[in-house]
Write a protein that binds this ligand. Structure first.
Ligand code: NAP
Length: 275
């Protein structure tokens, strides 16, 4: 079984991001990401710290806007950042204040600054095959598959999870690469049989170790998007111990999709700045 090391892939992407940042610096531009944090949620806060550290490493500016949870303050802040020419990329962390949906807030982010694909227009453009930023996590799934040289055209891919931030965009990106995609969810009947048919299994469920050996065909590539905090620490959606002897390749948790996601967010910011 091949372990698909997200940390070393992220380091590789980081080196090319640094080159692009230096090229932009020569034209007087510092690519800058604005991170809006409308919540005291500890997981969101720790993810923001990860983004800040990554940005500092590659020379991307990162401004965190911590808010009180008031919906009007959030929309006003997003509108101000949307209009600010010194801000190239924007993300808004969830959970959002009561009364606001991700689509409400995302629609206020200009598509050109929408580096985590939160604007419904970005997902629509993705569905139509038009240029757009995909949600960074979904893009990370494809980045890992491509860097691992996994053949996608004609491959059977099973995406478990249909959220707008991970499952749906990952399915669209796989489809754009000519994979034959099945999207599963909580009402899917006989999930293990459906997943077992696939050459590539993407687990984006949010249930610790739910995907076991019975879901994985021998030699299949398994991408574990899950980040579940449990008593024993961070655990994926895949039971890695059970799946490792069966799978052909597997992303670890931690150290798989997560680091690539963060780096793609920063790469998107550089692209949004013209790099
Ligand atoms: P979500 O919005 O809760 O969506 C979960 C999806 O899983 C839903 O489509 C749900 O189906 C499906 N599901 C739930 N139980 C199921 C079951 N028993 N069998 C089959 N499908 C089932 O979660 P998300 O935001 O997509 O996140 C998914 C996971 O990825 C979480 O662990 C999250 O922490 C992680 N994540 C990681 C990163 C990263 O950078 N590594 C970023 C974002 C999220 P229904 O639609 O029918 O409810």
């Amino acid at each position: 079984m091949r372990l698909l090391d997200g940390r070393s892939m992220a380091a590789d992407i980081g080196r090319s991001v640094v080159d692009d940042v230096e090229r932009l610096a020569a034209t007087g531009v510092t690519p800058t990401l604005a991170v809006v944090l409308p919540t005291a949620d500890e997981a969101a806060r720790s993810y923001v710290r990860v983004i800040e550290r990554g940005a500092a490493k590659v020379g991307v500016g990162c401004a965190v806007h911590e808010l009180t949870g008031d919906p009007d303050e959030l929309t006003a802040t997003v509108d101000r950042l949307a209009a600010d020419p010194a801000v190239h990329g924007m993300i808004v962390q969830t959970p959002l204040p009561d009364g606001l949906t991700a689509a409400d807030v995302g629609a206020r982010i200009p598509v050109g600054k929408d580096v985590d694909g939160m604007n419904p227009l970005s997902l629509g453009r993705l569905a139509l095959g038009l240029p757009a930023f995909a949600p960074a996590t979904a893009a990370a799934v494809l980045e890992i598959l491509n860097r691992a040289a996994v053949p996608l055209a004609g491959a059977r891919a099973c995406v478990i999870g249909r959220s707008s931030v991970v499952g749906k965009p990952a399915a669209l990106l796989l489809l754009a690469e000519d994979a034959t995609v099945t999207v599963c969810h909580s009402r899917t009947k006989d999930l293990a049989t459906v997943a077992h048919d696939a050459d590539i299994v993407v687990a984006a469920v949010g249930r610790p170790k739910m995907v076991g050996a019975g879901h994985v065909r021998p030699g299949a590539v398994v991408i574990d998007v899950g980040t579940n905090w449990t008593d024993v620490g961070l655990v994926g959606d895949v039971d890695a111990d059970a799946v490792a002897p069966v799978a052909g390749a597997l992303t670890p948790v931690p150290g798989g999709v997560g680091p690539v996601t963060t780096m793609l967010l920063l790469r998107n910011t550089v692209r949004a700045a013209g790099g």
